[in-house]
Write a protein that binds this ligand. Sequence first.
Ligand code: ZN
Length: 490
Amino acid sequence: MTREVGGSEGDVSFDPKSWAAPAEGARATKPAASVQPAEATFDPKSWAAGTTPPLPPAAAPSVEPVRRSTAGAPPLVFAGVASALLLLGGGLAAHLTRVPIAAPAAVDAVRPAALPVSAPADAVTASRRTLVVAGPAEVATTLASTGIAPATAAALARSAVSALGDAAGEIRMVLDLVGAEGARRLTRLEATRDDGSGVVLTAAADGSFASEPRQPKLVTQVKVVRGEMDATSFYNAAVTAGVTDTLISDIAKALSYDFNFATDIKAGDIFEVAFEQKVNPSGEAVGAPALLYVWLQTSTKSKALYRFLAPGEAEPGWFDGNGRSTVTALMRTPVDGARITSNFGPRFHPVLHYNRLHGGTDFAAPVGTPIYSAAGGTVVSASPSRCAGNMAIIKHDNGWETRYFHLSRYADGIVAGARVTQGFTIGQVGNTGTCTTGPHLHYEVHIDGQKVDPMGIDTGSGKVLGGDALAAFRNERDRIDQSRAGGPMR
Ligand SMILES: [Zn+2]
C-alpha cells in the first residue's frame, strides 16, 4: 500500500537549477512561510559560491509531517491540508491531489536573474510529492506509478533499495518532479527509513543520478509525565497522564519493592515518571521507550527511584537518590496492580466452609496478569495440585520459600530446578484448583517451614552502591534530574 502524506504542485515558474539543489535543511517539514519577501534580494551568484542559500520555493511544500502516537501505532492524525489528501488503498498514485507549493508572488520574488538552461522558465511545472510505502519491495512499483519514464523509475528503485537495504519497514519517499503530465521528469528522490537513514538521488545534466547517503538521525528525547492515581487502576491513571502503555508494567515493578499496590495507594496519590524515547527527524518514535525515573507520593511516604546499570550487572536496577538498591529480601507485591481480597489469618473458608488459617495473601487480578518471583531463587516445583491448582514453589537464597497458587499458566522455562531472579515473571494469574472462587493469586511465604504473613514480614533494605559505582550512579542521577528539569540530555 502506498499513501501520500502530502503533495504539492503548481504551475509556478522559477529557475529549475535553484530548485534541483535544494538547501539542506529545507526539508519537507519546513513551513512554506519560510519563503519571505526579504529573500528577494538574494543573489544567485553568492549562493553558487557556497554561502547559505535562501530557501528555494519548491523546497518548501505544504507537506505536513506524519504524526504518530508514542507507542508507535500507525499514524492517526494528519494535520491541516494533508488530512484531505490522505488516501487509503493500493496503487493510488494516479488519483492524488496536489496543492500549490508557494504563492506565485513569493516565487517571482526569489527567481534568480539567470534563466534556466533546459527550458523556458514559464514552461516548467514543478511538484514535490511525499509517499510512504510499506517496505522496500514497493519502491519500484510506486516510482513507476508516478509518471516518470519506466526505465528511469526502475533504475532509481534499484539504487534506492540497494542503499536502503531490504529489511522490512516503511520507506518515505520525497520526489521532486518537473514537467507536465505525460512527460514527467524526476530531479531528486529522497528515500528514507523511520530513523532518517537512506539515500538522496539527484539528477545530473546528463540524465544520470548522483547518490548521496543519508545517515540515521535519531534524537533521544526525555519525556516527563506527572499524574494522579484514580479510583480505578494505576494503568488507567498512567495512560490518562500520557505514559506509554508498554512502560506501565515496568513502573509498577519498580515501585513494588517499596509499595504495596493493594493497600498503600489511594486515589489522589501523585506520581511522576521520566522515560527516554528515540525519535526520527519527523518527530516519530523509533523503537521502544525506556523508563528512567519513577516517583510516587502517597499519604504516608514518598519514593523517587532512578534506573541505573551498576558495573558488572547484566540488567539495570532501581536505586533511590542515595544509591540504595530497591532489591530487598522479598518484593512487597509479586503481582502488578492487584488488590488484596483476603489477608493472612483465620477465616471462614468460602469453599471448604469451616474456619481455618488462611495461610497467605490473596491478590485479585485478571487472568493473565504476570506474577513475579518475590526474590531470586530456585524453582522447587511447578506442577498442579488439587486445591492450589497450578502452583509454583520457589526456594530463596536466604532459605525462605514463596508459593504461588491458581496460576492460569507457567512462564516458559519455569520448571523444577530453574533459577529465577527477583521480579522474574514465573506465570500468570488464573483460577485453577478447587480452592478458588475467582481469578486471584494466593501467595504464601514460609520461613523455617512456617507460614508467615507475607504483608507482615520485614523485607529488609537494599544495599547501597559504593566507590566508583556510586560515583557513576550520581552522574546518571544528575543527568536524569537535569532532563526532568527540562535541561538538555547529556
Ligand atoms: Zn488464598
